[in-house]
Design a binder for this molecule. Structure first.
Ligand SMILES: Cc1cc2nc3c(=O)[nH]c(=O)nc-3n(C[C@H](O)[C@H](O)[C@H](O)COP(=O)(O)OP(=O)(O)OC[C@H]3O[C@@H](n4cnc5c(N)ncnc54)[C@H](O)[C@@H]3O)c2cc1C
Length: 381
């Protein structure tokens, strides 16, 4: 039976970054991915790497992730672009929160700027003047192309580190701890062993430990996303986050004024569907925009459905039209993404030599690289 130091199940952002750090520590690693290539949350997102939106230790993992993304990009093109992040405040309450976060981030030496309405409109003439109150800007933040990044990262890891083996089309259907490590097996009976197994299964809860996941408190969120046709006349560089994001992200929730924040009537229906509007321009000039949030427990994920709710898309297009002047309704494709989350920030379970790590929620592209570096530093001992 082939034997390794680590077997990592799942090659999304969490699994692959754990593999990278194990490989850097000189460990022999086997990555097993059930699909032909990863097609989960890691390829369906915006690719916004925005530590500015996170709080506590996740903010620090995000900052470390920025360094790691840049480091790797210098060696191999994993699609990292440093165009910064811009939070556009649309009313006095959001502007107050933007100012408070600005003070906090400056205090811990995280580069940021506050732009007046005139400055914001000068830099982003495609914004609707009536929407803009001002902007909070984090110039060092980066974005990646979600459809490409993980595939390039896997190529980078397996090319640079001969001690890493990657197998796709390889669903693991069983795992058990043994006296010397752990064994995993596939439907065809093939088995592998390692000192440690890491399960980074994203929102797949049926194949391994279904009872444990059903009791875990994990919840799956379904997000609707859209992408316009290429709009070469539009320049919208960076990660663009808007008023509803300021009302939603953890970093703003830590600000003193957040406790008094009220939801204005015109935002109530959007909030009901968990909508906040983000934009990310792809290299071909198309604009990715979203998103919405619907929830189901780990045992009931089918209830989220496989369909796209057109009402939700129309709500997002309407709100996006209030923010920007370009034709957001010229949509070329729309899709749903799913991620697992938990009230405990991340879900971790240790079953002797088997470690489950999932439920990183909406922060996985931002913080997985830094988080898994710290996690691996304990696991490799
Ligand atoms: C629409 C959307 C927008 C988002 N936007 C952002 C953003 O801009 N910035 C940000 O930071 N985060 C964002 N996120 C969150 C981010 O995408 C996730 O946090 C992250 O991708 C989760 O990575 P993961 O590796 O845990 O899961 P996944 O990407 O789902 O990967 C899990 C992998 O495990 C494999 N697997 C599962 N079980 C098995 C098994 N038994 N055997 C073999 N393989 C298995 C699956 O096939 C899958 O490839 C967004 C998410 C969505 C859905």
């Amino acid at each position: 039976m082939a034997s390794f130091d680590f077997i990592i199940i799942g090659s999304g952002a969490l699994g692959t970054f754990h593999a990278l750090h194990a490989a850097r520590a000189g460990k022999r690693v086997l990555i097993l991915e059930k699909d032909n290539r990863p097609v989960g949350a890691t390829v369906r997102n915006f690719g916004q790497v925005v530590p500015s939106g996170l709080s506590g230790r996740w903010y620090h993992y995000g900052r470390r992730s920025l360094e790691l993304y840049r480091e790797i990009q210098q060696e191999y093109d994993i699609t990292v672009r440093q165009n910064g992040s811009v939070y556009i405040a649309s009313d006095a309450d959001e502007w107050q929160l933007a100012n408070e976060l600005y003070d906090q981030r400056r205090a811990d030496d995280y580069p940021c700027e506050l732009w007046s309405k005139a400055q914001t409109l000068a830099k982003y003439p495609v914004l609707q003047p009536d929407y803009v109150q001002g902007a909070l800007v984090f110039p060092e933040e980066v974005s990646v192309e979600p459809a490409l990044m993980i595939h390039r990262l896997i190529t980078y890891v397996t090319t640079k580190f001969p001690n890493v083996t990657y197998r796709n089309n390889t669903a693991v259907i069983g795992c058990e701890s043994t006296s010397s490590g752990a064994t995993v097996w596939l439907a065809n009976g093939e088995r592998f062993q390692a000192h440690k197994v890491l399960i980074c299964n994203g929102s797949e809860f049926r194949l391994l430990y279904p009872e444990l996941f059903a009791q875990s408190g994990l919840v799956v969120s379904k997000l609707q996303m859209m992408q316009t046709i290429p709009l070469p006349e539009v320049a919208l560089p960076g990660n663009i986050l808007t008023g509803l994001t300021i009302r939603r992200y953890e970093s703003f929730a830590d600000c003193p004024s957040f406790a008094n924040l009220q939801t204005p009537e015109h935002l109530a229906e959007l909030k009901k569907w968990g909508i906040h509007i983000l934009f990310k321009q792809a290299p071909d000039g198309s604009i990715i925009l979203g998103d919405s949030h619907e929830y189901a427990t780990a045992a009931q994920t089918d209830d989220l459905g496989f369909d796209i709710n057109e009402y939700i898309n129309q709500l997002m297009i309407q709100e996006a039209s209030r923010i920007v002047t370009f034709p957001v309704y010229r949509i070329q494709r729309t899709w749903a993404g799913f991620y697992a989350q938990t009230p405990q920030e991340i879900f971790e379970a240790d079953l002797e030599n088997i470690h489950i790590i999932t439920g990183i929620g909406g922060k996985g592209m931002t913080s997985s690289a830094g988080f898994s570096e710290e996690k691996m530093s304990f696991l490799v001992e």
